[in-house]
Design a protein around this ligand. Structure first.
Ligand code: NAD
Ligand code: UDP
Length: 308
């Protein structure tokens, strides 16, 4: 079962699992995802889709659970912050209860946001983070931290077979046109020759992982020995300022867009880069696709989408 299976990462995950011969149940309430992301999978007899909100209990029979249901873009998770916390926390309780009943292995899509605006760079799994508990990002950051707590308590208290990954900024085809995250924003703006909206002075950094690399890492973690519960960072350690990203997108699209500076959102982390040593050692995994190649693929996707 993949919760959030009609979203950006979830749909790629469903596709990869089906290609590997698995049977997949996609559970989604289409809050930010869409049927369009999975319509090419619908004819596959091993694929089943269930419209369901994870805030409510779910009674199905499955042997592995990937818990991805949750809006991931700051614009979308801040639109209804109370719902965001419910989705993450109540959703975690429901899927953990399901995993407990079924003795199923369960993997949580956690996030680099658990490190908040970090004083430690790059971020290692042992770093506890610096998160504002009452800010605009808190519904997501603290929700995801609480979900990690729940996963560990279900493991300690009920021996549920858990896995936690901390996903760093991931991009690629099938991100929503209005997703609001930086890579899709810049590409769509560049392709439409609209202004590139750079928040702050553009010196803040992120490390971007292409979706195919991320999906390989996620499945490696799910298939890893029972002792490896995580959390394990997954991402790409190439670090770029948002100004560098804007310039790269302009060059690769050949756009005439100009950069306009807008206010930096509250609590926007100043720097972010994963320490990937644990994933490299325990999963024998590291990302292969560099930013430029991943951007080219993503630009082609949006070019086609905008033309169609
Ligand atoms: P996305 O918004 O494209 O996908 C989220 C999916 O969850 C959507 O299909 C949405 O409809 C569904 N959903 C939301 N609330 C739901 C609910 N209450 N019940 C059922 N389904 C619900 O985002 P994404 O980038 O694919 O992120 C997927 C997961 O990965 C999220 O849990 C996110 O926190 C995590 N993550 C993503 C990134 C990234 O860079 N993409 C980074 C860190 C963590
Ligand atoms: N950002 C930007 N312009 C945009 C969208 C985002 O400059 O149109 C910046 C944002 O302020 C942040 C970085 O890009 O510093 C990454 O933002 P995103 O929303 O993609 O993810 P985050 O890592 O902040 O959750």
């Amino acid at each position: 079962m993949v919760t959030g299976g009609a979203g950006f990462l979830g749909s790629h995950l469903c596709e990869k699992l089906l290609n590997a011969g698995e049977e997949v149940l996609c559970v989604d309430n289409y809050y930010t995802g869409s049927l369009r992301n999975i319509e090419h999978l619908l004819a596959n007899p091993s694929f089943e889709v269930k419209r369901h909100d994870v805030c409510f209990p779910l009674y199905v029979e499955v042997d592995r659970i990937y818990n991805f249901a949750c809006p991931a873009s700051p614009v979308h998770y801040q639109y209804d912050p109370v719902k965001t916390t419910k989705t993450i926390v109540q959703g975690a309780i429901n899927v953990l209860g399901l995993a407990k009943r079924l003795h199923a292995r369960i993997l949580q899509a956690s996030t680099s946001e658990v490190y908040g605006d970090p004083e430690v760079h790059p971020q290692h799994e042992s770093y506890w983070g610096r998160v504002n508990p009452i800010g605009l990002r808190s519904c997501y950051d603290e929700g995801k931290r609480c979900a990690e707590t729940l996963f560990f308590d279900y493991w300690r208290q009920y021996s549920v077979d858990i896995k936690i990954i901390r996903i760093f900024n991931t991009y690629g085809p099938r991100m929503h046109l209005n997703d609001g995250r930086v890579v899709s924003n810049f590409i769509v703006q560049a392709l439409k020759n609209e202004s590139i909206t750079l928040y702050g002075d553009g010196s803040q950094t992120r490390s971007f992982c292409y979706v195919d690399d991320m999906i390989d890492g996620i499945i490696s973690m799910m298939d890893s020995p029972v002792e490896l519960i995580g959390p394990v960072n997954l991402g790409n350690s190439g670090e770029f300022s948002m100004m560098e990203l804007a310039e790269k997108v302009l060059t690769l699209t050949g756009s005439k867009s100009r950069i306009v500076f807008q206010n930096l959102p509250e609590d926007d982390p100043k720097q972010r880069k994963p320490d990937l040593a644990l994933a490299e050692r325990e999963l024998d995994w590291s990302p292969k696709i560099c930013l430029e190649d991943g951007l080219k693929e993503t630009i082609s996707y949006y070019r086609e989408l905008l033309q169609g």
